[in-house]
Design a protein around this ligand. Structure first.
Ligand SMILES: *Cc1c(COP(=O)(O)O)cnc(C)c1O
Length: 296
């Protein structure tokens, strides 16, 4: 699969601003959000080898899962369209009035199938997947969030943008695929800190650990301290932080993942968690399309 964008154009930007932080620790951001407005952040990396596998098998339809604002769903629709593949989206709790995300999915030719939350929760059960496969016999099924071996192999390529000088790598976590892929690819001397944007996100720790070999399962941790009430939840503290961050540093953040991560990074900086000599790299995993309709 040829890359969708010139990868040498992904910048690492220093985060200089007294509003943000006045201490000695140096903080940078890897701007994966700048790759493409829709197939942005970590999503292309997770899709790349999945699409390739489908194409190698001669399969022309991609089927995957997501909620009404899902970055993964829209990235899949757009990437499939770009490579001349058809796509089907199984959508959790789809309402008659489509969200901007889902409308755009259909503009890329994605066929949407709404299911209720109970049905959606079966998305990893073999029996349900078999049913789906019988219903869509020509489809290559990618799990929600691109969480499979091909997805992990793709995100491991993000490591090539990460110089050895960085002591800490911060990344937001949904399925944990990106964190696991990075842990596989980066030297274990670089510490990875995952920020879970959902309540009780600590459960992901075991799922991530299960994907790693004993040699790789080192020097990473996960915090779910900065969830702001749960997945997709926001409050004025967070929206004010997001708009100040963009005003002071000229970097837009998404409301679901990267805003909560950067709020958390700022808290850890203020607590002196990283140490004065640390060089911290925060990964901007994109997702800006999901901000549509957000009133700040
Ligand atoms: C999907 C997504 C994540 C989560 O990635 P995982 O590999 O599922 O952990 C993080 N940030 C953004 C902006 C995303 O869209």
């Amino acid at each position: 699969m040829p890359d969708l964008f010139p990868i040498e154009k992904i910048p690492v930007q220093p985060l200089h601003s007294n509003w943000w932080y006045e201490g000695r620790t140096q903080v940078f951001m890897l701007r994966l959000d700048m790759t493409d407005p829709v197939i942005s952040g970590n999503k292309w990396f997770k899709l790349k080898y999945n699409l390739q596998e489908a194409r190698d098998k001669g399969i022309d339809t991609i089927l995957t899962f997501g909620g009404p604002f899902s970055n993964h769903l829209i990235a899949t629709a757009a990437a499939a369209h770009k490579y001349g593949l058809k796509s089907v989206g199984i959508v959790r709790g789809m309402e008659e009035q489509l969200t901007p995300t889902l409308k755009e999915c259909t503009s890329y030719g994605m066929k949407l199938h709404g299911v209720n939350r109970e049905t959606y929760s079966r998305k990893e059960e073999p029996a349900f997947l078999l049913e789906l496969q019988q219903h869509f016999p020509d489809a290559f099924i990618i799990p929600e969030g691109g969480a499979n071996d091909a997805g992990r192999k793709g995100v491991a390529e993000i490591a090539r943008f990460i110089e050895p000088q960085f002591t800490h790598i911060c990344v937001s976590v949904g399925s944990g695929t990106t964190l696991a892929g990075l842990r596989e690819a980066l030297p274990v001397t670089q510490q990875i800190i995952g920020f879970a944007p959902m309540k009780g996100g600590k459960y992901l720790e075991a799922e991530i650990a299960a994907q790693l070999s004993p040699e790789q399962n080192k020097n990473w941790r996960l915090t779910d301290e900065f969830h702001f009430g749960g997945f997709g939840r926001i409050n004025t503290t967070l929206t004010e932080f997001m708009s100040n961050f963009e005003a002071q540093l000229s970097i837009p953040l998404d409301r679901v993942y990267t805003s909560k991560m950067m709020y958390g990074v700022q808290q850890l900086l203020h607590r002196g968690d990283f140490g004065d000599d640390a060089q911290v790299l925060c990964i901007h995993t994109g997702g800006l399309q999901g901000n549509r309709g957000l009133v700040m």
